[in-house]
Design a protein around this ligand. Structure first.
Ligand SMILES: *Cc1c(COP(=O)(O)O)cnc(C)c1O
Length: 235
C-alpha cells in the first residue's frame, strides 16, 4: 500500500510547514494516525513508513487490529472515541492513551482497572469547546473540576486537553476555537496543574490552524489513510 506512505509524507510535510510558519519546531507536534475503519494492512503499511502511534474509536475493532499486528514493534495505541462505562476496563488494560475522558466516574473506572504492571494510562480531558449539544466532552467551565478529580487518581497521568471543534471552513474561525482550548490549558497550568503538556487538536481538515494555536498532538485519519469505508460496511 504505497499510497499510505505517500500520504504520510504529505501529512508530515503539512505539519512541518504549519509549525515553521508560526516559529515552532516540527518535532513539537506528534502525528497520531487515526486508523478507525481501516484494515490492519493499512496500519502495517503506515508502520513500515515509520508511523508508530495509532488512534482508534471502537474497542472491538481496535482489539482485532491489536491482535493482527501484535508482531509489530513499538506500536502505541490511543483511544479517541466516546467511552461507555462498561468498556472502561478493557480500554484501561489495552491502551496507552485515552483522549476522550469526559467524566469523573469514567476516570475512576479507568484508574481502578489500569493494571499495575503497565505504566500509568496517559489521559486527556475532552472539552466541548464549541458547545454543540451533540458533541462529547466536558463543558469548558467543568474542565477544572474534572482535572482536579483526575489528578487525584492513581494509575492515571493527566496530560492535557482534547477537542473536536465544530467544522469551520474559515481558518480564522478554526483558530479561534483552538485558541480557546489553548487558553483553557493555560488556565489549568496556572491553577497548579503544571505538568500538563498536551493539546490534542487538529484533524485532516484543520491541522494547520491547530498547530498555529499550539497543538502538540494532531489526530489525522483520512489525510493519512484515505476515505474510511462506511461503518456498517465494515467486517
Ligand atoms: C475520526 C477522528 C479523527 C480523524 O478525523 P479525519 O477527519 O479523518 O482526520 C480525529 N479525532 C477523532 C476523535 C476522530 O474520531
Amino acid at each position: 500500500m504505497p499510497d499510505v506512505a505517500r500520504r504520510l509524507d504529505e501529512v508530515r510535510a503539512r505539519i512541518a510547514r504549519a509549525a515553521r510558519a508560526c516559529g515552532r519546531r516540527p518535532e513539537e507536534v506528534t502525528l497520531l494516525a487515526v486508523s478507525k475503519g481501516q484494515p490492519p494492512e493499512a496500519l502495517a503499511a503506515a508502520h513500515a513508513a515509520g508511523q508508530r502511534r495509532f488512534g482508534e474509536s471502537y474497542l472491538q475493532e481496535a482489539r482485532a487490529k491489536m491482535e493482527a499486528l501484535a508482531a509489530l514493534e513499538g506500536l502505541e495505541w490511543h483511544f479517541v472515541g466516546p467511552i461507555q462505562s462498561n468498556k472502561a476496563k478493557a480500554i484501561a488494560a489495552r491502551f496507552d492513551w485515552v483522549h476522550s475522558l469526559d467524566r469523573a466516574d469514567l476516570a475512576e473506572r479507568l484508574a481502578r482497572h489500569r493494571p499495575g504492571t503497565l505504566p500509568p494510562l496517559q489521559v486527556c480531558i475532552q472539552v466541548n469547546v464549541s458547545g454543540e449539544p451533540t458533541k462529547r466532552g466536558v463543558a469548558p467551565e467543568g474542565a477544572a473540576a474534572l482535572a482536579e478529580a483526575v489528578a487525584a487518581l492513581p494509575r492515571l497521568r493527566l496530560r492535557g486537553l482534547m477537542a473536536i471543534p465544530a467544522p469551520e471552513r474559515d481558518p480564522a474561525r478554526q483558530r479561534a476555537a483552538f485558541a480557546a482550548v489553548r487558553e483553557l490549558l493555560e488556565g489549568l497550568r496556572a491553577a497548579g496543574h503544571t505538568g500538563l503538556d498536551t493539546l490534542s487538536m487538529g484533524m485532516s481538515a484543520d491541522l494547520e490552524a491547530a498547530v498555529a494555536e499550539g497543538a502538540t498532538i494532531v489526530r489525522v485519519g483520512t489525510a493519512v489513510f484515505g476515505p474510511r469505508p462506511p461503518r456498517d460496511a465494515r467486517a
